[in-house]
Each structure stands twice: as structure tokens, then as C-alpha cells.
Design a protein around this ligand. Structure first.
Ligand code: AP5
Ligand code: MG
Length: 220
């Protein structure tokens, strides 16, 4: 199964992807996480991406498309779930083209729909594990021990692009550049199953809606 998870910054893509991969045995491919790993490793790509990420705008398509094609190549036969990619209509079209070369296609698109004001509340309280990527929230999704990851005990960190000013830029970028990807998939000749998910709800309810949609697809 090949899935795309769309949604604004803070919609819960990372949180829900962790749960999806556990349930269906897929590979989680987050373009943002891969970029942050490249930065931490001090690669050329990481260096090029830094200023775009820090100001909350998109990294150029040509850098992202190649990076994600390499990551997708390593996915197991069970498939993958894409988190934060594609984020422009051009990225979506390039992805379709490269999958078609392997006689593959996207099977399902989940659109996590959320109000802008909820996003702002979530981002400022987010904490994540630098080792395994698990995401927490200081109020909504607390770790068992304050400041430590439940899985590996690592000290949780705050993302530098979660300041109010950068979050507002990321939201603006999302509405201008990424929202059109919804219509791209709805009108696509490849016709993936398309699901609207209310992401304003609490995390377990959002997971339940996602699982209901995907379980039906898997059992077809
Ligand atoms: P990226 O890392 O993808 O960031 P994003 O899309 O802005 O999304 P986030 O990771 O911030 O949010 P999320 O939806 O994963 O929410 P989360 O689960 O963490 O991208 C970063 C940057 O990289 C971009 O700005 C860009 O520069 C660049 N980039 C990446 N991909 C690119 C691409 N394809 N093209 C070009 N540039 C690209 O949840 C957020 C918080 O809310 C957490 O604290 C969580 O605990 C909490 N939470 C989650 N769900 C709920 C819930 N239901 N109720 C209450 N709290 C919840
Ligand atoms: Mg994320």
C-alpha cells in the first residue's frame, strides 16, 4: 500500500504516520525528518535546505524530488506512507511519473483537515525525540516522564521552526503552494482513494477515522 498524508503544519501528520506504520507494516518517509537528518549530518543538501526551513518556506522542488525518489527506492514491498511530500503540484506530478516507471501508483490520499488557530496552539507545545522522531505535546500528548521519550529515554527537543512567526509563514506557504495538491489528486487519472479526515479532533479519534478508511481499503 502506498499512501500520501496531506495536511497543514501541525495537522498531526508525523503523529498519525507513526501509528499507521505500526498497524500496516509500512515505511514512514517524512521529507521534513529526512531534511533535518541531512542538516544534522552536515551534508550539502542539508546546508542548501537550512535557510528555507528556518524561514518557513519550501525547499526547491528539484532538491526534494530527488531526495524522496532515493528514499522511496528503499521501501519494502509492503509499501510506504509519505509525510510532507508531495507539497507542490509539480512534486506530485513528478512522483506519479517516477512511480509509473516502476508500474506503481499512489493507492490512497488522506487529507488531514485542521483550522489555522488549532495549528498555532499545537506547534508551540510540540516536543520531539531527536533519536526516534516520536512527537509529543506538553499538554495534549505528554510523555510518561516529563522531557523524556517513552521509547528510548532521549531528551525531547523543540523544533527551531516552531516559533510563532515561522509557523505563520509555514501556514501561508501551505495555503498557497500545498492546498492545490488536494485538487491534483482528486482530478488525477491515477485516481487514488481520497479521504477527508477531521484533524481538529483528539489524536485517538483522528487515528480511528484513518484506520476505518484504510482497513476498508486493505480488505478490498
Ligand atoms: P515538516 O517537518 O514536514 O513540517 P510541517 O509540514 O510543517 O509539519 P509538522 O511536522 O510541523 O507537523 P505535523 O503535521 O507532522 O504534526 P505533528 O504530528 O508533529 O517540514 C519542515 C520544513 O521542511 C518545511 O517548512 C519546508 O521548509 C521543508 N520541507 C519539508 N518537506 C518539503 C517538501 N516536500 N517540499 C519542500 N520543502 C519541504 O503534531 C504537531 C503537534 O500537535 C505535536 O506536538 C503533537 O503532539 C500534537 N498533536 C498531533 N495531533 C494532535 C491532536 N489530534 N490533538 C492534539 N494535539 C495533537
Ligand atoms: Mg511532521
Amino acid at each position: 500500500m502506498r499512501i500520501v498524508l496531506l495536511g497543514a503544519p501541525g495537522a498531526g501528520k508525523g503523529t498519525q504516520c507513526k501509528r499507521i506504520v505500526e498497524r500496516y507494516g509500512l515505511l514512514h518517509l517524512s521529507s521534513g525528518d529526512i531534511l533535518r537528518q541531512e542538516r544534522a549530518a552536515g551534508t550539502k543538501l542539508g546546508e542548501k535546505a537550512q535557510s528555507y526551513m528556518d524561514s518557513g518556506v519550501l525547499v526547491p522542488d528539484e532538491l526534494i524530488v530527488e531526495m524522496m525518489a532515493c528514499a522511496i527506492n528503499k521501501a519494502p514491498a509492503a509499501g510506504f506512507v509519505l509525510d510532507g511530500f508531495p507539497r507542490t503540484v509539480n512534486q506530485a506530478a513528478q512522483l506519479d511519473k517516477s512511480l509509473a516507471r516502476e508500474e506503481q501508483k499512489i493507492d490512497a490520499v488522506l487529507n488531514l483537515e485542521i483550522d489555522d488557530k488549532v495549528v498555532t496552539e499545537r506547534m508551540t507545545g510540540r516536543r520531539s525525540c531527536p533519536q526516534c522522531g516520536t512527537v509529543y505535546h506538553i499538554e495534549n500528548l505528554k510523555p510518561k516522564t516529563e522531557g523524556r521519550c517513552d521509547h528510548d529515554g532521549a531528551e525531547l527537543v523543540q523544533r527551531p521552526d516552531d516559533s510563532l512567526e515561522v509557523v505563520q509563514n509555514r501556514l501561508k506557504t501551505y495555503h498557497q503552494r500545498t492546498e492545490p495538491v488536494v485538487n491534483y489528486y482528486k482530478n488525477s487519472p491515477v485516481a487514488p482513494a481520497f479521504y477527508h479526515i477531521d484533524a481538529n479532533k483528539e489524536a485517538d479519534k483522528v487515528s480511528a477515522s484513518i484506520f476505518e478508511s484504510l482497513d476498508a481499503l486493505v480488505s478490498v
